[in-house]
Design a protein around this ligand. Structure first.
Ligand code: MRU
Length: 335
């Protein structure tokens, strides 16, 4: 992600990876919203940066009146419901702008978006250092979806932990679930691991149970889209299954996310809105049918892992341990 103040945002189109590295300039709110809904930009922390950038674009494109910015905020925040940073950063940008004279708003919003991106980079670095301490030398770890630089604008969350631990010889090998139906694990995580030089193996999501059951996995670590006050965690669909399997075989299951992924408004995961996506993502792949015409499909993009299955939550402020209610409250208060 490159912010171009006064112009727009330059993004790497993640739908084209790993086949092509296609950069797109987003210069309208509609283009930013399209990029979010189609997953050209994705990953909870990067969605937050994108939301802040989209509000800056709105101020230059639609005018910086209260009305125009409120409309843009609703449009941006309404693109995807689960990642809390998308709405919280659009709303934070709106509140900041509304408190300033209209003429100053475009510049202010660009500086805000730049500060969000900069903070992301700093937080990811700290988070990776804390997370790397979780693994004993030579560990084999399993991850799901994509949580690297592509997903945050910084170094990443769970994948940054894995990469840092590999640099320190604590992780020897990373297994990545392909992450049906859109293959963020196969297309994006394997691409990032190869570029970083981390030894890696791809598996079908359905192979995770036997792999973890074989005892070859030292720990599972994933990212998060929203974490509630008690530690319940929404993340890419399939995460819940991995956490249950890990618990069954006594393998620690960790989550890595910045404090901005916590939603202090929600007491537990039952209130997290789960995005339901198009059936075509399950019945086709890139336009090629994988099911009979007219087949119904259930396609939630996320699921919620209960806090009881999580051994630790890695943040930029350190690793939070159960009981999470108190640990989360203290971390958010200090932040
Ligand atoms: O639908 P996506 O690809 O945006 O889902 C992404 C995930 O579930 C990630 O694990 C999460 O956003 C954390 S990214 C650091």
């Amino acid at each position: 992600m490159v912010l171009l103040p006064g112009v727009g945002m330059r993004i790497l189109d993640q739908t084209a990876l790993p086949g092509a590295e296609r950069w797109l300039d987003l210069t309208t709110v509609a283009a930013a919203c399209e990029a979010i809904t189609t997953l050209r930009v994705r990953g909870a922390p990067l969605l937050g940066v994108t939301a802040a950038g989209a509000m800056a674009i709105a101020a230059q494109e639609m005018g910086a009146s209260d009305d125009a910015l409120r409309r843009a905020c609703r449009q941006v925040a309404g693109t995807r419901p689960t990642a809390v940073e998308l709405s919280s950063l659009a709303e934070a940008a709106l509140a900041l702008a509304l408190a300033a004279p209209e003429a100053e708003r475009p510049g202010l919003l660009w500086r805000f978006a730049e500060a969000v991106l900069l903070r992301r980079i700093e937080q990811d670095t700290l988070l990776a250092e804390h997370g790397a301490t979780l693994f004993a030398a030579g560990s084999h770890v399993l991850t799901h979806c994509n949580t690297g630089a592509l997903a945050t604008g910084g170094r990443g969350t769970a994948l940054a932990v894995i990469q840092r631990a590999w640099e320190l010889d604590r992780v020897a090998h990373c297994f990545a679930c392909e992450t049906r139906p859109l293959l963020q694990g196969a297309r994006l995580t394997m691409w990032e691991l190869a570029r970083a030089g981390v030894p890696s193996t791809l598996l079908a999501d359905s192979a995770a149970a036997s792999l973890i059951g074989s005892g070859r996995i030292s720990a599972v670590i994933t990212g998060a889209d929203r974490i509630t006050r008690n530690g319940d965690t929404a993340n890419k669909v399939g995460t819940l299954g991995l956490a249950i399997i890990a618990a069954r075989f006594g393998t620690p299951f960790y989550v890595a996310a910045p404090l901005s992924t916590f939603d202090p408004a929600l007491p537990n995961g039952s209130g997290i809105p789960i995005e339901l996506r198009s059936a075509a993502e399950v019945t086709e792949f890139r336009g090629i049918p994988t099911a009979p015409p007219g087949a119904n499909a259930y396609n939630p993009a996320f699921d919620v892992t209960p806090a009881a299955l999580i051994a630790g939550i890695v943040t930029e402020a350190g690793v939070l341990r159960p009981p999470f209610g108190r640990a989360i409250r203290d971390a958010l208060t200090r932040a």
